[in-house]
Design a protein around this ligand. Structure first.
Ligand code: PA5
Length: 477
């Protein structure tokens, strides 16, 4: 049987579209941009484009090759996932940040919205949990619902050094050893760096099944590596189709012409917007299935672009604060601010042409016209109308916004979307002339935590904390 993602026409029908009308002066007046203005920045745009193309596949840009270089590991993930599906009822990801947000986003986008509540016969995959915090109440809650004998834990940490994830590992391994003895190792699969960190050492010592995160793939760019693909495979998601979607978008985003390259164009709009003080990037999908995709984007955008220094060491303090919102829910919460508040935001709407189901709104209340008009329409029409109306209201209020259209939510379009947003981030990082792939700003907090918990080698930090300004009681009421 031919695979649909090998069919050119089908792929074209699944192509994501970018509508940037409401970024242009024609629609939002002086708040917007003209094509001329974009062309005036062609040097910057070309440089960013060329640098991304030059760096791709190298250094920390190993993620660009994930759609192409994983045949062997994909086969391993699919066969391991089959075993997990056969033998277990619960699949738990232990990870945080880039090692958790992608798996959660893809699960929500591509599985049934009440996956865990479905009967096993309909679910056809284990119940799925992602533990991305160290709240003790949450760990207890997990223990209350899983059956260890029927659970596989996928511990994911690229560095193998993340305290939160390693604390979870210690708890889980101890619990499994107590309950299952020597069989404990059969219930843990490690996803980590092949060359660095503690988890790889532990995995070898405990004889754990292991998947590797390539060296040039940072956490927030790792969703299309085993970090995201293995949990997706366990859930029965077609991971080859996800990669095919990413590869398709990669080709589109390798077009040097900015008006033909959605990632380059989006990066340009965001960069120019930042220069005008629009320091908030709102992502607002009109689909519950994409709510956590906005969370994933927030980490990608914030951690990649929020930097104090540029590549020459100048203080730049750059980045946009990403905000997640959900259409239509947040129309009743956030949109008042987006429409009438400060002119400091760029909103990215995500629209879906065809929802995976059609739900009719029943006729009724015929004597109350304000309610009756809804009857006979579909919820699909209602959500599309509300999205169009909100986009229109923002345009009238001269607020920058654009829309990314997914023809439908499926593994191919999700692969496209992930890659598009990663590429947008890469291009934006080059325009800002920063290191997109490091995160020095999270180190301070990590080191202070190590010191507070008595980790060896952090005596100086402990001393520093002791000498830190003491909190004043009168400032606590
Ligand atoms: O993007 C990143 O690099 C981070 O957000 C990491 O994903 C996060 O800190 C978790 O790191 P690790 O996978 O090493 O446990």
């Amino acid at each position: 049987m031919g695979l649909r993602y090998n069919n050119r026409k089908w792929k074209e029908s699944m192509r994501l579209r970018l509508d940037y009308n409401n970024m242009m002066t024609d629609f939002v007046g002086k708040e917007g941009f003209t094509k001329k203005e974009i062309r005036e920045n062609m040097n910057l745009i070309d440089t960013a484009f060329n640098l991304v193309q030059l760096k791709r596949g190298k250094g920390m840009m190993g993620w660009t090759e994930l759609p192409y270089n994983q045949d062997e590991v994909v086969a391993d993930m699919i066969s391991t996932a089959k075993e997990v599906r056969k033998n277990c009822d619960y699949f738990v990801v232990l990870g945080i940040g880039g090692s958790a947000l992608g798996p959660m986003a893809v699960f929500q986008a591509l599985c049934h919205m009440h996956h865990n509540e479905l009967p096993k016969s309909k679910r056809r995959a284990p119940k799925f949990y992602v533990e991305d915090n160290v709240d003790p109440e949450r760990m207890q809650a997990l223990f209350d619902v899983i059956v260890p004998e029927k659970t596989v834990f996928n511990i994911i940490t690229k560095s193998g050094a993340t305290s939160e994830t390693m604390a979870q590992y210690l708890i889980i391994m101890n619990m499994l050893k107590e309950k299952l003895g020597d069989a404990a190792a059969d219930h843990i699969i490690a996803t980590t760096s092949e060359t660095k960190g503690n988890l790889i050492k532990i995995a070898k010592a405990e004889n754990l099944k292991t998947f590797y995160i390539p060296d040039g793939v940072g956490g927030r760019f790792s969703e299309l590596s085993p970090v995201g693909l293995f949990p997706a495979a366990v859930l029965g998601i077609d991971i080859k189709e996800m990669l095919a979607g990413a590869a398709y978008m990669d080709k589109i985003c390798a077009n040097e012409k900015v008006f033909k390259n959605p990632a380059l164009l989006l990066a340009t709009f965001q960069y120019l917007s930042m220069k005008r003080g629009k320091n908030i990037s709102v992502m607002m999908p009109y689909a519950d299935g994409l709510k956590l995709m906005a969370d994933w984007y927030c980490q990608l955008w914030a951690e990649s672009l929020g930097k104090a220094n540029d590549l020459s060491g100048n203080k730049v303090y750059c980045g946009q604060t990403p905000v997640k919102a959900l259409g239509v829910t947040d129309q009743h919460s956030q949109v008042q601010l987006y429409t009438e508040g400060p002119f400091d935001k760029v909103t990215t709407f995500i629209a879906v042409d065809d929802y995976r189901t059609v739900f009719e709104i029943s006729k009724g209340c015929e004597d109350i016209p304000d309610v009756a008009f809804l009857g006979g329409h579909t919820m699909n029409e209602l959500i599309q109308a509300e999205r169009t109306a909100t986009e229109y209201a923002l345009m009238v209020a001269k607020r920058l916004n654009h829309t990314i259209y997914l023809p439908v939510i499926n593994p191919f379009t999700i692969g496209e979307l992930l890659f598009l947003l990663e590429m947008q981030t890469a291009y934006a990082g080059e325009m800002l002339r920063i290191n997109t792939y490091d995160q020095p700003g999270v180190e301070g907090g990590k080191q202070a935590t190590y010191a507070l918990l008595g980790k060896k080698g952090y005596d100086d930090k402990r001393e520093e904390l002791k000498n830190a300004p003491q909190k004043r009681e009168d400032f606590i009421i």
